[in-house]
Design a protein around this ligand. Structure first.
Ligand code: ATP
Ligand code: MG
Length: 295
């Protein structure tokens, strides 16, 4: 724990009851922190609990056990969340894979981007508000001509930019991005990722990023946590994790990344992960500075 931690997740558990006798341990005791100014990423296979963690960070899922702190305020308990709600609404914004689809179809682009600014009463006059909206559109690479369009009149990549402009408008401390580019074309993905890089460098935003695509994660992250079956099995700086993966699941994930050598690529071994190598009762052990592995 340090002063620099914006978000702290401590032994957080989330169980979903399917019926009286059956429940799913979606998140089964994870601990990590996101420090100011960094990009922290979670990777892991489908169903490993990544989105549940993202929602928990937004205060949507109270903990069954453990806790989550944002700026040192407890947010993973119902009553504490109600108290911290204002701070959370200003402090955290989320971008989903399909946040573009969630835009209100009856609102114009400028109204969509202006809404959080209005709710937080950040601009006293209509002109100042509109000026900020146009500025935000510029930052995400949207032509101001789109301001009067409706979501169904623009492309998917442009809609995702609208969602991002809406998210960054109030200058949140933390942006949670859950597979924000997975639904977009590769060329558009690159544009959005470059936009995130810009926001981070120039605006000092902190990102909690969730993705499947490991080459992308390697490119944008400072630190990476690898999730498997509701647990973090390994966490390290991106550099360290990709150079020295230790947990067998991380090794199998990394073995699937393409290398730019066709001859090697054709005969390279893909490591299959054997579930028996996963110990659900294991604990994270430090193997090098900032590098922890579930043992
Ligand atoms: N509201 C819910 N009710 C019941 N079960 C849920 C709920 N949300 C998630 N789950 C279950 O919890 C587990 C983790 O789901 P989660 O969406 O967090 O996975 P994920 O890692 O984000 O997967 P993906 O990569 O496919 O998005 C899954 O088994 C899922 O079916
Ligand atoms: Mg998900």
């Amino acid at each position: 724990m340090s002063e620099n931690d914006l978000l702290r997740v401590v032994d957080y558990h989330k169980h979903f009851h399917v019926n009286k006798n059956l429940y799913i341990k979606a998140v089964d005791g994870i601990t990590f922190e996101v420090r100011r100014g960094e990009v922290f990423s979670l990777v892991g296979e489908s169903g490993s609990g990544k989105s549940t963690v993202a929602k928990a960070v937004m205060g949507i899922y109270p903990a069954n056990k453990g806790s989550i702190y944002f700026k040192d305020r407890l947010i993973s308990e119902k009553r504490a969340y109600a108290k911290a709600k204002k701070v959370l609404q200003k402090g955290i914004q989320i971008v989903f894979q399909d946040s573009a689809a969630a835009l209100n179809p009856r609102m114009r682009v400028r109204e969509i981007i202006a809404e959080p600014l209005k709710i937080n009463k950040l601009f006293p006059t209509k002109d100042a508000l509109m000026e900020r909206v146009i500025e935000l559109m510029g930052q995400v690479g949207l032509d101001p001509l789109f301001a009067n369009k409706f979501p169904n009149e623009i492309s998917g990549g442009q809609r995702q930019r609208v969602a991002i402009a809406r998210a960054i408008g109030i200058n949140p401390d933390l942006i949670v991005a859950d597979e924000p580019v997975a639904s977009l074309d590769v060329s558009i993905q690159a544009q959005i990722i470059n936009l995130f890089q810009f926001l981070r460098r120039e605006k000092a935003f902190t990102f909690f990023f969730i993705a499947h695509d490991l080459s992308l994660v390697r490119y944008i992250s400072d630190r990476v946590g690898v999730m498997y079956a509701g647990k973090i099995v390994e966490v390290a700086t991106a550099e360290e994790l990709f150079a020295r993966p230790i947990h067998p699941y991380t090794q199998s994930l990394l073995s699937a990344i393409p290398v730019p050598d066709p001859a090697y690529e054709r005969q390279k071994p893909l490591l299959a992960f054997d579930k028996r190598e996963f110990n659900p009762n294991g604990i994270l052990k430090t193997v090098a500075e900032g590098h922890q592995v579930l043992c």
